[in-house]
Design a protein around this ligand. Structure first.
Ligand code: SF4
Ligand code: SF4
Length: 363
């Protein structure tokens, strides 16, 4: 009932958009696309929205443009062609990237990490972490959780939090099915909650699952930077990250969950020279990867053209940009490489684990 009422209120608020364009410059795609074009339902504008929510901050009526885009994608299937093809393949295999989780989780099991065992928490990684090139990021997360004293297990069937299926692929029915599976595994394992690995889409959806599927969950959710921050006294670097280090807030953390100060407090502990490169926090400019953009070559190329130069300018002179989302990492790395930004990009878990002694290449 409350769910239906909220949906109705959102629909009424879309209608209140006056097309004044006061929000236009907040959009990472501006001047190529404007939020008001999304509210109108213009196809290319809808496909190019990252659902970052930054425009809402400037709107005098707080029109939730990102929710309008979400509704249009789910109800009218307005998605980039490439994304529709990817969705079909991904859903057939049951993984965002259409890869198998079993070799990865078995590798961790052979290293001594618990899988399908009773514990306090279930660790749910990012879908990116099943890819071979992300193994060190995944290892950093589990190594760190253990080092910080978390009693956790992995699951042999839960490779990801499936948030990409809702925010990127816009298939609410498929997501619901997978959310049910994850909830079942939580009950079977008897854990008190899930620690959500570094995935912006999973950060967005799990703490407010009722807004998306109208059902409440009866377990806790802990976002990865929150998990580190809770045990900040145990973050004891044996070596500090050198160079000028800055931070990019994933929208799933800053705008959707107000997790802003925690990653900065952590980075100040493990880096020699942490600097702020504004805008920060809820005003952070989007990396351009959300809403399915990072999965489509066409949309990524457009992001390199319209969003990349802004991010490269923001981090000019920085040696390492840290973020806490696999998708943000991938987009920022692409910009740095393609537009000669000159900065390296790492995940928060990686730099913290390295500083605490994990044997992975220096960030
Ligand atoms: S990309 Fe972000 S700022 Fe632009 S319209 Fe979409 S939600 Fe708003
Ligand atoms: S979303 Fe708000 S700020 Fe943007 S055009 Fe509509 S009314 Fe104006």
């Amino acid at each position: 009932m409350l769910f239906e009422l909220t949906k109705l209120l959102y629909k009424l608020s879309y209608k209140s958009c006056t097309k004044c364009d006061q929000c236009a410059e907040q959009c990472p795609w501006y001047p190529a696309f404007k939020p008001s074009e999304r509210v109108k339902g213009e196809l290319e504008a809808v496909m190019h929205c990252t659902m970052c929510g930054r425009c809402v901050l400037a709107c005098p009526l707080s029109v939730p443009v990102h929710k309008r885009v979400y509704d249009l994608r789910v109800e009218e299937n307005i998605l980039d062609k490439e994304l529709i093809e990817i969705r079909e393949k991904s859903e057939a295999i049951g993984h965002t990237f259409g890869v198998k989780w079993s070799p990865v989780v078995n590798r961790l099991k052979n290293m001594g990490y618990r899988v399908d065992e009773p514990a306090e928490w279930l660790f749910v990684p990012s879908a990116f972490d099943s890819l071979p090139q992300s193994f060190n990021d995944l290892l950093s997360e589990v190594w760190l959780l253990e080092k910080l004293g978390y009693d956790f297990t992995l699951s042999s069937v839960i490779a990801e939090g499936f948030g990409n299926f809702i925010f990127d692929m816009a298939d609410i029915d498929y997501f619901k099915k997978k959310a049910k599976l994850l909830s079942k595994i939580v009950r079977e394992l008897g854990v008190k909650g899930i620690i959500i690995g570094e995935c912006g889409a999973d950060y967005k959806v799990w703490p407010r699952l009722h807004l998306y599927i109208g059902e409440k969950i009866d377990f806790e959710t802990l976002l990865f930077p929150q998990a580190i921050y809770r045990k900040l006294e145990k973050v004891r670097p044996v070596r500090k990250v050198k160079g000028i280090v800055s931070y990019h807030d994933p929208c799933g953390l800053s705008r959707y969950n107000f997790v802003i100060d925690e990653p900065r407090a952590i980075l100040k502990k493990v880096c020699e020279n942490f600097v702020e490169r504004p805008p920060k926090g809820k005003r952070q400019t989007c990396c351009g990867g959300g809403g399915g953009v990072s999965f489509s070559r066409r949309l990524v190329n457009d992001a390199i053209k319209f969003i990349g130069p802004k991010k490269v300018e923001q981090f000019k002179g920085v040696d390492i940009v840290v973020t806490s989302c696999a998708k943000c990492k991938s987009m920022l790395m692409t910009y740095s490489l393609r537009l000669k930004g000159g900065f390296r990009v790492h995940r928060l878990s990686y730099v913290v684990a390295w500083s605490m002694g994990l044997e992975v290449p220096r960030p």
